[in-house]
Every structure is written in structure tokens, then in C-alpha cells.
Design a protein. Structure first.
Length: 415
């Protein structure tokens, strides 16, 4: 189980980190941050970021391999599942406060995810996008329009088994540089890999998660922040805007140091039902560079999934948006979200593939009092629950409308 394995990981990490710092002193090389709370490693390979040829990899780590390889002895596989936007609206925070108990004092976000928790835990690697800051109590805990969630949302992610948490989104600067820095600092204390929050010093470090002998690099970009609230030039921090030069360089480094490259993209325009020019342009760029999977978010709606053929004949899977994972927004289309499930496969001869791609529909439910927030698989949701949904007080919300929210997804990908 992932949570059991992490106890040993944390202890091992300190020894690995100490060795890493001593051995790296004074050396000029690419740094590869492998599952940061699990193990740090370094490679002396300096890849050409414009080359499509894979570089020689460092030896696989044996520290964190919680699941057995695939039954085929000649193929290793790692399952991956991605969730959309976790949005801590005021009602979500208030409900978490009401649910506090001995196991989850102060705020209990964990129970809201119970309906999808087994899928998160079962995957070898699980991802979620955290919308807004987790910047500490000094800013006050609040939702829209400036988001700052309690620290307990991070500990809920840990207990649920999330391995990768993205923080690059349009709300990441809601509380300016300090809120952004605090979020990075706090998440760095937790046993998952944080992407989307960087300093100028570590921006080009590749975050790699290793499972079952498969190395998966994670990159993260965004296209805008609210109110154009940018960092001062003197800041030690950096916002990972989707600049072609940066993307080209970093995908090259990632490909040279990992078997698969997964890119998180906070892009597009809120409320759209089909990808816009910005999304399709960046998706083609990523495909041409050789990224394997693109996980999109920001629109609050579920958008199409497609394979894009890159200029070298490779295929890149693009999920343009998974919609909201959890929120207390109104309107059916914002309460119908998706999980992306797939398998990353690597043969002994170096051939790789992405298979078993599925979009798993989910629903955020809340009561007429806008509490009792709960995630359901759409397959477990009922017409009776839909009639009791708090969103019915504001607009048309129905079981039938929920199912129509996935019309943009090709049937070949539906779970």
C-alpha cells in the first residue's frame, strides 16, 4: 500500500538527501529530483534539449516500488490516474470544519473524497490539481475570488494517496509572492511530488516519480494568473508560464532522464466546451517535442481527449480538461468532472506505450444547505441524489444533464 511504503521512504530520504548534497557539491550537472520525499538522485548526463535521442538513464531506484510489475515478464507497467481541479470554495472549507473529528481535527477534507478514494489509492501514480493557495492561517481561510485553503487539505492528499500535486494555476498568486512561497514550502514537507511551484534555481530540475522500474517525469505550465498579478523581478521564485523556449528545453531534459513525460497544462478559457486555439497549438507543440501525456485543467468543464501525432511519428495523449474534481460551484457542467486513467508500459527492449486509456466520470454532490460535500463515481450516482442536489436551487441540474456533460469525449475513451 502506498501509505505504508511512505513511512520507510521518509526515513530513507534524509540519508539520500545527505548523500546527494555531499556528492553534488561543486559539480555542474543536470539535477533530477526523483520523487522528492522518496529519493534524490543525480545524473551526470547533460542532454541536448533540442535532441530527440534519449540519454542514458541513471540506475532505477528500488526505494519506492509499491506494486508488482505487469504479469508479462518482458514488460513493466505503471498505472496512472489524474483528477481535475480541487477548488476549496468557502462552502467546502466550512463543510470540512463541520466534519472535523478525532482522526481529522480542525478540518476534514478526506471524507469528501471517499467515493473515489479506492481508485486514487490503487493507482501506482495519482495526480491532482490544487486550485489556489495553501498559504497558512495568516491570510485567512477563504474561497472565491481569492483562494487559501487550510493545511489539512494537503494532509488529506497524503492520506488519499496522491503522489503528484500541481499548483500552477490562475489562482496561485491570489496572495502574492508570500502566499505562493508558503504553498511551496508547506507542500515540500509532505510526502508527494509538487509540480508547478518553482524557484529560479530549481525551475529546470526534473521532477521524476519512479514506479515499477519506470521513470515518469512531470512538467507543469500555465498561461495566465488572475489580475496579471506577477512576481517582482527581484523574487527568487518563478511562475511557469507556457513559453515555447522553456517548454522545448524542459521536455528535452525530461525525455533524456525519464521513460515517460507527463505535462500538466493550466490553459484555455473557463466555461468552454471545446479546446481553443491556444490549447490546440500548445498540444501540437508538446506532441512534436515528444511528450507522452498531457493533462489539462482550468476550464471547469470536461473537454475532449485525443491522440496527436508528433512530427517524429510519436503519439501523444491529450486530455484537454478534466473539469472540476471537487467544488461547490453551481450548474451541472461544473459539477461533472472526470478522472483520467491509463497505463504506462515499457518493454525490456525499450519500446514504450500508453494503453488502457479511460475517462472516468465523477460528480460532486452537496446538499440543499450546500454542505455534505461528497464525490461520487457517476456510475454510483442516482436520479434520487440528483433531485436532492443543492445546485437545483440555482439552476437546472439533473441526472440526464450530468450524462450529457461527457458528450465531447469520444466513446473509445469512456469508462
Amino acid at each position: 500500500m502506498k501509505r505504508t511504503a511512505r513511512i520507510l521512504q521518509i526515513a530513507a530520504a534524509w540519508f539520500a538527501l545527505l548523500f546527494f548534497c555531499i556528492s553534488c557539491a561543486g559539480r555542474n550537472s543536470i539535477i533530477v529530483d526523483v520523487d522528492p520525499i522518496g529519493v534524490f538522485s543525480e545524473t551526470t548526463v547533460t542532454p541536448d534539449p533540442h535532441s530527440s535521442a534519449p540519454a542514458e538513464h541513471a540506475p532505477p531506484s528500488q526505494i519506492d516500488q509499491p506494486n508488482d510489475p505487469a504479469a508479462n515478464p518482458h514488460t513493466r507497467s505503471a498505472t496512472f490516474i489524474a483528477c481535475g481541479d480541487c477548488i476549496a470554495h468557502d462552502a467546502v472549507i466550512a463543510d470540512a470544519l463541520k466534519r472535523a473529528n478525532e482522526e481529522h481535527p480542525n478540518y476534514n477534507f478526506y471524507d469528501m473524497f471517499a467515493g473515489i478514494a479506492p481508485l486514487i489509492e490503487a493507482a501506482d501514480v495519482s495526480y491532482i490539481n490544487m486550485e489556489g493557495c495553501v498559504g497558512g492561517p495568516e491570510f485567512g481561510y477563504r474561497g472565491y475570488p481569492r483562494f487559501n485553503a487550510p493545511n489539512e487539505i494537503g494532509t488529506a492528499f497524503v492520506k488519499l494517496g496522491f503522489d503528484v500535486v500541481n499548483i500552477a494555476n490562475n489562482h496561485m498568486m491570489d496572495f502574492n509572492e508570500e502566499g505562493y512561497a508558503n504553498t511551496i514550502a508547506y507542500f515540500r514537507t509532505l510526502p508527494f511530488t509538487t509540480i508547478g511551484g518553482y524557484t529560479k534555481q530549481n525551475y529546470n530540475w526534473v521532477r521524476v516519480v519512479e514506479r515499477n522500474g519506470i521513470r515518469i517525469a512531470f512538467l507543469s505550465y500555465l498561461t495566465r494568473v488572475n489580475l496579471n498579478n506577477l512576481l517582482p523581478e527581484s523574487s527568487e521564485y518563478l511562475l511557469p508560464f507556457a513559453l515555447e523556449e522553456d517548454i522545448t528545453r524542459q521536455v528535452g531534459i525530461a525525455r533524456a532522464n525519464a521513460d515517460f513525460v507527463v505535462v500538466s497544462m493550466h490553459w484555455g478559457v473557463e466555461n468552454i466546451t471545446m479546446p481553443n486555439e491556444e490549447q490546440t497549438r500548445l498540444a501540437k507543440l508538446l506532441a512534436d517535442l515528444g511528450a507522452d501525456v498531457v493533462v489539462g485543467n482550468h476550464t471547469h468543464t470536461v473537454l475532449p481527449v485525443e491522440w496527436i501525432t508528433g512530427e517524429n511519428g510519436n503519439r501523444t495523449l491529450v486530455a484537454y480538461s478534466l473539469g472540476n474534481c471537487i467544488s461547490t460551484m453551481h450548474y451541472t457542467e461544473y459539477l461533472a468532472g472526470a478522472m483520467l486513467s491509463l497505463s504506462l508500459n515499457m518493454s525490456d527492449t525499450g519500446e514504450k506505450s500508453v494503453s488502457d486509456v479511460r475517462i472516468i466520470p465523477i460528480v460532486t454532490h452537496y446538499s440543499l444547505q450546500r454542505d455534505q460535500v461528497a464525490l461520487y463515481l457517476l456510475s454510483d450516482y442516482s436520479e434520487e441524489l440528483a433531485r436532492q442536489h443543492g445546485s437545483t436551487l440555482k439552476n437546472d441540474f439533473s441526472y440526464e444533464l450530468l450524462h450529457r456533460c461527457y458528450d465531447a469525449v469520444s466513446a473509445e475513451f469512456m469508462w
